[in-house]
Design a protein around this ligand. Structure first.
Ligand code: UDP
Length: 335
């Protein structure tokens, strides 16, 4: 079987880890990426084609040239702050360009797609841990653009004359790196907590700003659900296998699904800083800063549905282990 998986945005942080894992499992992959935020050096497995999802002819030619069994769709802009500043750019790249991809997918009769979604679709949660039934109410253009894609995927899976099925995976705080240190997180500019703290450890930055310490949490700082990127990768493979199962059953509604992906434990900003101090052996200088707009006190996933339905099990539940992989990669990246 020479069928391949097409990975859009496979040169990015999360896509590159899924690409590695798919190849390890014996899948053939083809990565497309416009390299605006991705790095060609992160595509160490499968084939690579540089291109943009706004280019329908480009996407369509890939489906005409390769035997594609399914798509994993990561290509998107991912910064909440940037989405507030440039909303139209986010809707165009994340939503409109996905419509091009879907058009090519349908023309080629490809019927399986895994979508990289986000906990941002929930907005400020009414209740934690957050289950998939929690109402969606994104509070920024980034989360809204992802929810728009989920909506069209759901509609497509319900269209009568199609066997198209999809799984949407709503990630909480993706973090960590490939334990073999071949790939990892490399954002420019960096905005995520763990790599920013590690920048302080290598003295690239002077201090870490703590965005608020009077939240209603046990130590006053925000609690997030940090999920290791390799655990995310495993979930994507399980989700794809979930769609492959029972392929003869032409009822796509039975298989299409939405899953939260988190590690089940929340950690506060102060706990993350302490773990980074422990793992790196460096004292991290901190300063109290203004709260960031739109930051809820606690975001924790209820991932029971993914654990039960997909037989998925997050392995990196220990924050120190997560930070260890991030630290090894961070040192290599900044050598
Ligand atoms: N955070 C912080 N200082 C920073 C960056 C982040 O205190 O310099 C906090 C942020 O308020 C949030 C958590 O760390 O509670 C994780 O933020 P990140 O930007 O990594 O991910 P997000 O939760 O926004 O997706």
């Amino acid at each position: 079987n020479n069928s391949m998986i097409l990975i859009t945005g496979g040169a990015g942080y999360i896509g590159s880890h899924i690409n590695k894992e798919l190849n390890k499992k014996g899948y053939e992959t083809i990565v497309i990426d416009n390299l605006i935020n991705g790095h060609e050096s992160a595509v160490k497995w499968g084939e690579f084609l540089e291109g943009d999802l706004n280019d329908f002819e480009f996407i369509n030619s890939i489906f005409n040239s390769y035997d594609i069994e399914g798509v994993m769709h990561f290509a998107a802009f991912t910064s909440v702050a940037e989405s507030v500043e440039f909303p139209a750019m986010y809707y165009k790249n994340n939503y409109k360009n996905t419509l091009n991809l879907l058009k090519a997918v349908k023309l080629a009769n490809v019927n399986k797609l895994i979508f990289s979604s986000t906990a941002a679709v929930y907005g400020n949660p009414k209740k934690v841990p957050i289950t998939e039934n929690h109402p969606v109410n994104p509070i920024n253009p980034y989360g809204k653009s992802k929810l728009m894609v989920e909506t069209v995927l759901e509609n497509e899976s319900k269209s009568i004359d199609s066997d198209f099925k999809y799984v949407s995976l709503r990630y909480f705080n993706a973090c960590g790196a490939d334990p073999e240190t071949e790939i990892g997180e490399n954002h420019n500019p960096e905005t995520h907590l763990i790599p920013l703290i590690l920048d302080v450890a290598i003295e690239k930055r002077e201090k870490i700003a703590i965005f608020g310490d009077d939240y209603e949490t046990f130590d006053g700082t925000c609690i997030r659900d940090y999920i290791h990127v390799c655990d995310l990768a495993q979930a994507h493979i399980k989700a794809f296998e979930h769609l492959q199962e029972d392929e003869t059953n032409k009822n796509p509604l039975k298989k299409s699904n939405i899953f939260n992906l988190g590690n089940g434990n929340g950690f506060s900003v102060k706990e993350v800083i302490a773990a980074c101090e422990k793992v790196t052996g460096h004292k991290i200088k901190k300063e109290l800063a203004e709260k960031r707009e739109g930051d809820p006190a606690i975001l924790i996933a209820d991932s029971k549905k993914a654990i039960e339905t997909l037989k998925w099990e997050p392995k990196f539940t220990d924050l120190n282990k997560i930070v260890e992989t991030a630290w090894k990669w961070h040192k290599k990246l900044n050598e």
